[in-house]
Design a protein around this ligand. Structure first.
Ligand code: PEP
Ligand code: MG
Length: 856
């Protein structure tokens, strides 16, 4: 029987110039992997429905929408290329999934100017997603008018009964037993939600009779899936089968969590090992309170009770549109604050802390959270009321979970909630300046408050909630503030000013400590303070070993404020200016003028004759920039990162090089390129540097490279012919040598720059580059590590570039060493079998060079 055919005409959703799909700069569309259709270069900014139909998908990012017609044809409209990375910025959907629309109805409004300057391309693809239903697709050419011209004439296969629309057929996975030791906590939830977002289908995760949106991190976390529980993935839509297969596989593999082993099933009602709090020791002494060690150390101080500030909000709103705008503005401002915070932490090379605030950014964008707030606003509530309620509902849901890890994320949600609420209401929630020697006592501190703590005033932290895995604990550890969590709530009644000893090593808080006990601890603290003062007093003296080798000690800095402190601390210049700080936490790239002014000010602050090494923009990988969208990559640390970004977007790098070249008039400035892996990369960036210098009429500046990739260390001799100096970035060199993510919470302890393989690459770099007289520095974190300093000296590096506070101690330590002994120590370290063995060598007084305690 001959097939009957019918036609479907689709009007143009936008005005503009049509483009063949094959020329779209995205292989997924160009190769018609999504389906056949056409692209439009738009001149207007509201995407209209090209036909009648139902909205079957509209991701939270609002950059694409799929309509299903009466005939079951699915028309996908995708605004721009890689615009998913805009995370919704610039897009304003006018419909939601499930809505019925008519041809000509507005679907998505977008900011044409903003997106034109922030995305790769605004080419908008209109494609038939279920092309198996299509015989042919005729496309309009030339210019088209939105809602008037026919864009696509689709000839449909029709053999009588049309197959049921894809969405009505649910694809359901087999039951998957969750292998993650801690169940589906934040990290696997984020992995799963992100993966789900890459599919057009509606996807839910089902456990028992509960189903949640698989695109929402908090909804997944709130499902409270413990290890061993059985879940199913349910998908409806164009790519349901692929989605179910992929998500089920990823779930069964543990969503990237380390060491997942198949779990015994079933366990939907069992309690995860972490869920039962450890039995509390019962002290017999009423002055001794017990807690969990969250950050090690010993502190003496006076209790300062920290109370959470409640922000009052009016319930009724002042109009739905006005309240929506208010919430959107506050969310955008919160994103800005968090991105700036992340940038600062990156500038301080603190990826673990930066990751905490990156997670907060994710929480603010959580579709479920936003949906709750939005629906309250739609009911006439104020933005403040709606947001407060949404955040509190989510936080309470998490806090009630049996899984300790998940329950602790409730504090992150409260923190984010308070940040946005403070922006909405203008109420300042910043903590007060605590008196010196404070031991903070609270139910819970927020990560934001903890990150901002002043170590010189806060000696300890004691909370009744939280635990060793909370973000507050991670932050306290990185600030080296001793902390106890889960302490008896009786501590909340201890009067302010009470003298306490907080022993986080032993998990105890002693109230009303005896003056003798306090005196012993204070004496030990005084000794170390005395040593610190002595080091500071001699900070301006050069760092020369006992047998006469001079090592330059420079500073790693992240901005002008740091630069003003260098000289006072004895820094002999800047070995690494992380220029990212200028680029992060803003909506567009800094201009040449802005950059020049900043580099000039820094050069002047560093002072004449002192080196200032400016590293060009090092973003990508773990350091994203909103206005430089880098397509999502499977392995961002192995993708567009460091100098590769500058080579791909030469205008950004050239602008920066011009600003640096102009700043050379104000100091001893040189330029350094990050993540160089091949000679060609170095040649390309040097060519750019020469061209820009010629166009400015100034001599080219000295150009060095960071040695962060094993390939570069191995080829140091070849690089030495073309690079003026070397700086070894051991943070990255270690992660790339060991193939272990430097910010990975579980691997962190193993990512040790004193691993013999890394030391061997450092030694190889020195041997390759020194014969040509190149200076070799180390600017990674091990340069400030007292255990590493003698070994690095022994290997033969010329300079150490260290964090600001470490300068006096590193210089003092160098003054206490003998170079010939360091050489012998380095030989033994290079022959060692593990980082532990190397560290043991340094700790061994017989193996160690002369008096090594000056730096501690
Ligand atoms: C390094 O990788 O060692 C380094 C100094 O660079 P960053 O920490 O900024 O990546
Ligand atoms: Mg690096």
């Amino acid at each position: 029987m001959a097939e009957m055919m019918s036609q479907l005409k689709i009007l143009s959703p936008l005005s503009g110039q049509t483009w063949p799909l094959e020329r779209v700069p995205d292989p997924v569309f160009a190769q018609k992997l999504v389906g056949d259709g056409v692209s439009i270069d738009p001149t207007d900014a509201v995407l209209l429905a090209g036909c009648d139909g139902e909205v079957v998908s509209l991701p939270a990012t609002g950059h694409a929408v799929t309509l299903r017609t009466r005939e079951g044809i699915e028309v996908l409209m995708h605004v721009g290329i890689d615009t998913v990375t805009m995370k919704g910025a610039g897009f304003h959907p006018r419909v939601k999934p499930g809505d019925t629309v008519h041809a000509g109805d507005p679907l998505i409004a977008f900011d044409l100017d903003f997106l034109a300057t922030h995305t790769k391309s605004l080419l908008t693809q209109v494609v038939i997603a279920n092309s198996d239903r299509v015989v042919s697709c005729e496309r309009a050419g030339g210019c088209v008018s939105a809602g008037k011209d026919i864009l696509l004439t689709v000839t449909l296969k029709s053999d009588g009964a049309a197959p049921p629309p894809a969405e009505t057929v649910a694809v359901i996975s087999e039951a998957i037993v969750i292998p993650n030791a801690s169940g589906l906590h934040a990290r696997p939830a984020a992995v799963l939600a992100n993966l789900a977002k890459s599919f057009a289908s509606t996807i839910t995760l089902q456990m028992g009779d509960r189903q949640v949106n698989a695109r929402s991190i908090t909804a997944i976390m709130a499902l409270d899936v413990p290890r061993g529980a059985k879940v199913q993935v349910v998908a409806r839509g164009v790519d349901a089968r692929a989605a179910v297969e992929k998500l089920a596989r990823v779930l069964a593999d543990g969503c990237g969590d380390e060491g997942c082993v198949p779990a015994p099933a079933p366990a939907t009602t069992t309690t995860s090992p972490l869920s039962a709090p450890p039995p509390r020791r019962q002290p017999t002494d009423p002055n001794l309170l017990i807690g969990v060690a969250a950050s090690p150390g010993l502190a003496v101080g006076e209790v300062f009770q920290v109370r959470r500030m409640e922000i009052d909000v009016a319930e009724p709103g002042e109009g739905v549109d006005a309240e929506r705008r208010r919430l959107a503005a506050a969310l955008a401002a919160a994103h800005g604050q968090l991105a700036a915070l992340r940038a600062q932490l990156h500038a301080k090379a603190d990826p673990a802390k930066a990751a905490i605030f990156a997670a907060h950014e994710e929480l603010i964008s959580d579709p479920d959270l936003l949906e709750i707030a939005e629906s309250a606003i739609a009911k006439g509530k104020s933005a403040g009321f709606a947001w407060k309620k949404a955040a509190a509902t989510h936080a309470d849901r998490l806090a009630a979970l049996r899984n300790e890890l998940l329950a602790q994320r409730a504090n992150d949600l409260r923190d984010v909630g308070q940040r946005v609420l403070s922006l909405l209401t203008g109420v300042d929630v910043r903590p007060p300046a605590y008196p010196p020697n404070s031991v903070l006592v609270a139910e819970e501190l927020t990560p934001s408050d903890t990150a901002a703590l002043d170590r010189s005033r806060v000696s300890g932290i004691c909370t009744t909630r939280g635990g060793a895995t909370s973000h507050v604990a991670i932050l306290a550890r990185s600030l080296e503030i001793p902390a106890l969590a889960g302490v008896d709530p009786a501590v909340l009644d201890v009067p302010g000013g009470t003298v306490v000893i907080l022993d986080a090593n032993d998990g105890t808080l002693r109230l009303h400590a005896s003056s003798e006990a306090v005196a012993v601890i204070r004496r030990a603290q005084e000794r170390s303070e005395l040593r610190r003062r002595e080091n500071t007093a001699r900070a301006l003296e050069p760092a020369i070993t006992l047998d006469g080798r001079r090592i330059e000690v420079l500073a790693n800095i992240g901005g002008l404020e740091d630069a003003t402190r260098i000289a006072g601390l004895g820094g002999e210049g800047v070995g690494l200016l992380r220029s990212e700080f200028l680029f992060m936490g803003r909506r567009d790239a800094p201009t040449e003028e802005e950059q020049f002014e900043t580099y000039k000010a820094i050069a002047e602050a560093v002072g004449p004759g002192r080196p200032l090494i400016i590293r060009t923009l090092d973003v990508g990988g773990d350091k994203p920039l909103d206005y430089l969208p880098i397509p999502k990559e499977d392995n961002p640390f192995l993708g567009e990162r460091g100098v590769r970004v500058g080579l791909d977007r030469p205008e950004i790098l050239r602008t920066q090089l011009r600003a640096i070249l102009r700043a050379t008039a104000f100091g001893k400035v040189s330029v350094m390129f990050p993540m160089i892996a091949t000679l060609n990369e170095l040649r390309d960036v040097k060519a750019m540097l020469c061209e820009e210098a010629a166009s400015l009429g100034v001599p080219p500046v000295a150009a060095g490279i960071m040695v962060e990739v094993p390939a570069t260390a191995i080829m140091a001799a070849q690089f030495a012919r073309e690079a003026n100096f070397f700086s070894i970035g051991t943070n990255d060199l270690t992660q790339y040598t060991l193939a272990m993510d430097r910010g990975h919470p579980k691997l962190a302890r193993q990512v040790d720059g004193l691993t013999p393989s890394v030391l061997t690459l450092i030694a190889h770099t020195v041997r390759g580059a020194q014969p040509l007289g190149r200076r070799i520095g180390v600017c990674g974190a091990i340069a400030s590590d007292p255990g590493a300093v003698p070994i690095l000296l022994g290997i033969g590096v010329d300079e150490l570039s260290v964090s600001l506070p470490a300068i006096p101690a590193v210089k003092a330590q160098i003054r206490s060493l003998r170079f010939d002994e360091c050489q012998r120590l380095a030989e033994r370290a290079l022959a060692a079998e593990s980082a532990q063995e190397v560290r043991a060598l340094v700790a061994d007084p017989h193996a160690q060079p002369t008096s090594g305690n000056a730096g501690s």
